[in-house]
Each structure stands twice: as structure tokens, then as C-alpha cells.
Ligand binder design. Structure first.
Ligand code: COA
Length: 180
């Protein structure tokens, strides 16, 4: 459950300016773990374009993105991406929390809500990958019911190198395909 004062809402085209401010405030906090981002990404215009890209992916059923709000500011994000349907029904989950709002259970609460959204979308499984030294993120995943199942070598290009990632998954239910 979210602490008082926080809300999670689906991404909207109106969020671009608040997201640009959030990414600027958290540039150092996120830099070590995120794919390299051009300076343009941190501008209002850059976020207008990025939000439009994500909303188009949402329209196509490939991505579901949410923003965490506190007192009118965007202070975190969670998204379901890389949706695979058919006999897999899986998505990759991504998340971050503003550096001034850490340690309040917000990441775990966002992952719980993302899990509920995923079930409502008919998904069966969520997966997440973290760099081996991202211990905070691994703690969050374990707390949110994810299980570690392996390591993908050189999975993502981050900080100028192809980085190994520890893989986690959460099976959402055991209902037959098409029932939930
Ligand atoms: C990882 C991150 C999302 C954690 O957000 P948060 O809201 O502070 O996490 P929570 O408060 O929900 O913490 C959940 C659990 O993780 C643990 N945890 C969180 N940060 C931790 C840290 N720095 N060191 C050790 N444990 C940590 C908490 O103790 C808690 O466990 P508990 O309930 O057993 O005490 C945040 O640090 C972040 O945005 N990091 C940068 C972006 C990132 O790494 N995203 C994920 C990429 S895979």
C-alpha cells in the first residue's frame, strides 16, 4: 500500500514537464543503473517526445507506464514493457524512486500495483533484471515477491559497457491461459 500523500497514475501526455523536472533532479541518482541518455532527454521537449513514444507503445499494447506523484511532483515511475502475449503472457518491469523519497516502501508498493495491473491485463509473469551490484533493487524485488533465477551475461549497454544482469521473475497466478 502507498504511504499517505502518494498516488500512482497512468502516464499521460500532460506529465512531460513534471517528468523532465524529475529526471533532472534524479540524474545522478539514476545514472549508474540506466541506459545512457542524451542531454535532450532531460528537457521538457525531450520528455514530450519520450512520453509520446511511450503512449504510442501503450496504444499498441506493448507498454503500460505509471507515474508516482507526491504534492504535485513526479517522484517515481513503474512500467510494464516488452509485453509478450500468446503462450507466454510476460512483461519486463522497470522502476525508480526519487532520491528524496527513498526508504518509504514506495518501490515495493509500485511493484505490487504493477502486479495487479499485469493480472488485469491477463499476464502470467513479470521479469526484472538488475546489475549485480544494484543491491537496493534486488532487495526491492525479493520484498515484492520476485525470485532470482539466473544471470544474463552482457544483457544491456549501460555506462559504456555491456553489463551482466541478475534476472528475477514473479509468477502472478496459476490460472489456465485466457481465464484470468
Ligand atoms: C532501488 C530503488 C527503486 C528502491 O526504492 P525505495 O522506494 O527506496 O525501496 P523500498 O523503500 O520499497 O524498499 C524495499 C526494500 O528494499 C530495501 N532497500 C531499499 N534500498 C536499499 C538500500 N539502499 N540498501 C539495502 N536495502 C535497501 C529496503 O530495506 C526494503 O526492504 P525491507 O522492507 O525488508 O526493509 C531506488 O533506490 C532507486 O530508484 N534506485 C535507482 C534506480 C534503480 O536502481 N531502479 C531499478 C533498476 S533494476
Amino acid at each position: 500500500m502507498l504511504p499517505e500523500g502518494y498516488q500512482i497514475r497512468p502516464l499521460s501526455a500532460d506529465d512531460a514537464s513534471a517528468l523532465a523536472a524529475a529526471y533532472r533532479r534524479n540524474r545522478d541518482h539514476l545514472d549508474r543503473w540506466d541506459p545512457d541518455r542524451p542531454d535532450h532527454f532531460f528537457t521538457d521537449e525531450g520528455q514530450v517526445a519520450d512520453v509520446a513514444r511511450q503512449l504510442a507503445a501503450n496504444e499498441a499494447g506493448r507498454m503500460y507506464a505509471f507515474v508516482l506523484w507526491y504534492d504535485g511532483a513526479a517522484v517515481g515511475r513503474v512500467m510494464l514493457a516488452n509485453l509478450v502475449r500468446g503462450h507466454m503472457q510476460s512483461a519486463t518491469v522497470g522502476y525508480w524512486v526519487d532520491h528524496e523519497h527513498l526508504g518509504r516502501g514506495l518501490a515495493v508498493a509500485m511493484l505490487e500495483q504493477a502486479g495487479q495491473e499485469a493480472v488485469a491485463l491477463g499476464l502470467h509473469r513479470l521479469e526484472a533484471g538488475t546489475m549485480p551490484d544494484n543491491l537496493p533493487s534486488q532487495a526491492v524485488l525479493k520484498r515484492a515477491g520476485f525470485t532470482e533465477y539466473g544471470v544474463a551475461e552482457r544483457l544491456l549497454y549501460v555506462g559504456g559497457e555491456w553489463r551482466d544482469h541478475v534476472l528475477f521473475q514473479r509468477i502472478l497466478h496459476d490460472e489456465p491461459l485466457g481465464v484470468s
